[in-house]
Design a protein around this ligand. Structure first.
Ligand SMILES: NC(=O)c1ccc[n+]([C@@H]2O[C@H](COP(=O)([O-])OP(=O)(O)OC[C@H]3O[C@@H](n4cnc5c(N)ncnc54)[C@H](OP(=O)(O)O)[C@@H]3O)[C@@H](O)[C@H]2O)c1
Length: 319
């Protein structure tokens, strides 16, 4: 009963930062976004063929979805795909909190369907997963995936959906050079074997691996990402220097190489896009080919940094 295959571009676009107020010191990112800047991001992205947009209710508690919905009014609905999430941890008290949260997302995004709908973080997998089935049947949701689930939880969700003729079509987990928990836990292999698309989030570690930030130029003070990363920037220097050196040989930037690494590992990177120029980076990243030696060197430097970038909302995937 699965609907037609999900059309997945080589890189998907993340909008967590779009939920910030825009004021440094008042959000996760402090990226100072403007409406005109985000419209330019969207125009450039669509012109380059990047049309899958990821958001979530909890990114600015509705603000990311509202801003994204507003920016995308410039395009025909068939020109882009929307990915948003049900977050069990903020479920309401109604008869069907999943259907309710979806309806609120649809209203904020200005649409009547979501291409890819996720359970954001596992709570009670056996309880929440079946709630997706009527949404798939109604067509309000075209495809479903699970995020931050470990291997056992992915398999359980897949079994539950399978009994109704559907399946887990995508997995979305933190995966970067610095955080390879999903690979070590066999989730990447499982996805490859089962034909499940693996979306890698925080490939750039919220900017810490972009080459833009360093101990001399740290992440914006007062933000959550500054708190998470500024203390470890000195340990990341050798890795970001190597990313930049590999990039320089191909006319690319450090961030492009970090994204190319995630593509080389068979994932679809989900990159937080805050500035129009970053779309040029995505276009470069998809044409970079890394050798086996370069991949091994990057991973060795990442391991040598000895940092743990597991987010506060995440759990280690190795069981
Ligand atoms: N399912 C989940 O639990 C979960 C959790 C986290 C994220 N996500 C999703 O994954 C997306 C990506 O994660 P993220 O946004 O947290 O982090 P990310 O993609 O690792 O990093 C995004 C930041 O990196 C910088 N950046 C992006 N492209 C760049 C480029 N080409 N060159 C230089 N710097 C660049 C920007 O910083 P500046 O703005 O400072 O320039 C941007 O804010 C999110 O937006 C969200 O959609 C999902």
């Amino acid at each position: 009963m699965t609907t037609e295959n999900l059309n997945i571009p080589p890189v998907a676009l993340g909008t967590w930062a779009w939920g910030d107020s825009g004021e440094t010191g008042d959000g996760y990112f402090g990226s100072s976004l403007t409406q005109a800047g985000l419209e330019e991001v969207a125009d450039k992205a669509h012109a380059a063929g990047f049309t899958l947009w990821d958001t979530a209710v909890v990114y600015g508690m509705g603000r990311s979805e509202t801003v994204l919905g507003g920016v995308l009014t410039r395009f025909d609905r068939s020109a882009y795909q929307l990915s948003t999430k049900f977050t069990p941890q903020v479920a309401g008290e109604g008869d069907d909190p999943v259907a309710d949260m979806l309806d609120q997302s649809l209203a904020r995004l200005g649409t009547d369907y979501i291409d890819l709908y996720w359970i954001h973080s596992p709570a009670d997998v056996a309880w929440w997963t079946p709630h997706l089935i009527p949404l798939l049947k109604s067509g309000k949701v075209r495809h479903v995936g699970v995020s931050n689930h470990n291997l056992g939880e992915i398999e359980l969700a897949d079994r539950i959906l399978g009994e109704a003729g559907f399946r887990v079509e995508a997995v979305q987990n933190h995966y970067s050079l610095l955080y390879r928990s999903s690979e070590q836990a066999g989730i990447l292999d499982h996805c490859r074997k089962e034909g499940i698309q693996f979306f890698a989030y925080m490939v750039l570690e919220q900017g810490a691996l972009s080459g833009k930030y360093s101990p001399e130029n740290p992440l914006p003070e007062g933000t959550n990402r500054a708190q998470a990363y500024n203390g470890i920037l000195p340990q990341l220097k050798a890795l970001t220097n190597k990313l930049a050196a590999i990039g320089a040989k191909q006319g690319a930037a450090a961030s492009d190489v970090a994204i190319a690494w995630a593509i080389a590992k068979g994932t679809t990177p989900l990159i937080g896009v805050t500035r129009p120029g970053y779309i040029d980076g995505l276009a470069r990243a998809i044409s970079i080919r890394l050798s086996g030696d370069e991949i091994a060197e990057l991973e060795a430097l990442a391991d040598a940094a000895r940092v743990n970038t597991c987010g506060w909302w995440e759990k280690e995937m190795r069981v």
